[in-house]
Write a protein that binds this ligand. Structure first.
Ligand code: SF4
Ligand code: SF4
Length: 351
């Protein structure tokens, strides 16, 4: 398992234009596979249009205590990109005025941003219905200064969404690093102890599953059942929902696909599993993603590919809901990851 980001390793794939070249050329250029644009055109769904904003997703920085094998952010301890308080203030102005029902803080490990707690306290005052923090769990156990995070989350009624690739140590540690499983289990126990994830509790705790190799996730409901049974029987742990997310062929997962000689096979799988009924609900249609430096993207994946929104409004400081609504979504072949099978989004299946 690599311990540095693609950026730190100065890998070619750290550059978004190199990733986009791979996704545009080869099997998509020679016509072996249809481009995403051609595919959605078959059912008159091009251009894909943004609807009313429902979810504001803010990436507060790419720094993370982990270096997971398939991270689409290319996050890690060596990443320096961190949202400043000034940009957070600009985000807060939007959070207070937007009609979005969900605020979703992500990273990296968002908790590593030095202004994270202040930002959560201020954002919670806006009273947005669903306030999500994507916590990788291990951060809670990484250092004493984070041990009180469960209580902090509880105080602000934060909804926790955490990655947990498997209920076994071997599969989890293979994807996320040695020791991640044990720390995650301890963090889940800490969260359960104060009410998170318990039946009928309003303290929401959801887990995210993503496949450990070049294959698509199985049925979300069946997997949720298996996860619940195993975590309860083995560790006494409970949680609410499991979101099954497809790995998109970008960043470190693209690097993995190429290094393991699985890239073309994986793209064939995604195109074969294309589900036209998932297209109208892909998350970019109701979500806006804000980068650590305040720029706007249709989704976190487009953010990582440096594909900004197709709008006059480019930055959170000039946010204008009317101008952003109905914009054309920027697409490429990575979008097949959102429309395969039952579809995939940050909140699991969409179809
Ligand atoms: S915990 Fe999340 S952000 Fe951090 S490296 Fe793993 S996948 Fe990336
Ligand atoms: S990758 Fe982003 S832009 Fe493409 S379909 Fe998925 S959510 Fe939409």
């Amino acid at each position: 398992m690599k311990t540095q980001s693609l950026h730190k390793r100065k890998s070619n794939l750290a550059q978004s234009n190199k990733q986009l070249e791979i996704l545009s050329y080869g099997i998509f250029q020679n016509g072996e596979l249809p481009t995403f644009k051609d595919k959605i055109s078959e059912t008159n769904q091009f251009p894909l249009k943004a609807k009313k904003l429902e979810i504001l997703q803010i990436n507060v920085g790419y720094m993370c205590n982990q270096v997971c094998e398939h991270c689409h952010v290319d996050a890690g301890p060596d990443r320096q990109e961190i949202m400043t308080r000034e940009t957070m203030l600009q985000c807060l102005n939007v959070i207070k005025s937007t009609g979005a029902h969900t605020l979703d803080l992500t990273g990296g490990a968002p908790e590593m941003n030095p202004n994270f707690r202040w930002f959560v306290e201020e954002a919670a005052k806006a009273g947005i219905k669903d306030f999500i923090v994507r916590s990788n769990l291990t951060i809670i156990r990484a250092n004493k200064k984070y041990h009180d995070l469960p209580e902090f989350f509880k105080k602000h009624n934060v909804h926790i969404v955490s990655s947990m690739p498997h209920w076994t140590r071997g599969k989890t540690d293979k994807q996320r690093g040695d020791g991640v499983f044990d720390k995650s289990i301890q963090a889940l126990k800490d969260l359960n102890a104060i009410g998170y994830g318990m039946p009928n509790s309003s303290l929401k705790l959801d887990l995210v599953y993503n496949p450990s190799g070049a294959f698509l996730p199985g049925n979300q409901a069946a997997m949720e059942k298996d996860f619940k049974k195993a975590l309860l029987e083995d560790f006494g742990i409970q949680f609410h929902n499991l979101f099954a997310i497809t790995n998109l062929p970008i960043s470190r997962f693209l690097d993995y696909l190429i290094a393991s000689d699985n890239y073309e096979d994986y793209m064939y799988q995604l195109v074969d599993a294309y589900n036209p009924s998932a297209v109208s609900n892909v998350m970019c249609t109701n979500t806006l993603s804000v980068s650590w430096d305040g720029y706007l993207f249709d989704c976190d994946f487009n953010q990582m590919l440096a594909l900004p929104v197709n709008s006059k409004v480019k930055h959170i400081s000039e946010y204008n809901e009317a101008l952003l609504e109905n914009r054309n979504i920027v697409i490429s072949q990575h979008c097949y990851g959102c429309t395969a099978g039952a579809g995939s989004s940050c909140q699991g299946t969409v179809a």
